[in-house]
Design a protein around this ligand. Sequence first.
Ligand SMILES: C[C@H](O)[C@H](O)[C@H]1CNC2=NC(N)=NC(=O)C2=N1
Length: 96
Amino acid sequence: MHVLSASELRVALRSLPGWRRRRGRLERTFELKDFMGALRLVNRVGRWAERVQHHPDISIQWNRVTFSLTTHDAGGITEKDLELARQIDRLAARRD
Ligand SMILES: C[C@H](O)[C@H](O)[C@H]1CNC2=NC(N)=NC(=O)C2=N1
């Protein structure tokens, strides 16, 4: 699995508004209504991550959830992380 170069990542981030590269990971923070809303999103993403066997690092602060993506097996950000970021955006957009 190919670790993306800084320029490849810059190009990819143009189509991933809201995500940024921080400390070598792809990161985005979502603000939900409240803690239960945060947990619902975390569980939605968690089920997907388990299905695709690619897992985000997750931090929850009450109604804010931060997903940090990297491919541990490759030691950096890969296409798998870009795909997971796109999927997280879809899951976050659901209003159920
Ligand atoms: C065997 C299993 O598929 C691997 O350990 C997966 C699990 N989930 C993973 N998640 C992430 N973010 N990086 C990995 O390298 C990784 N490897």
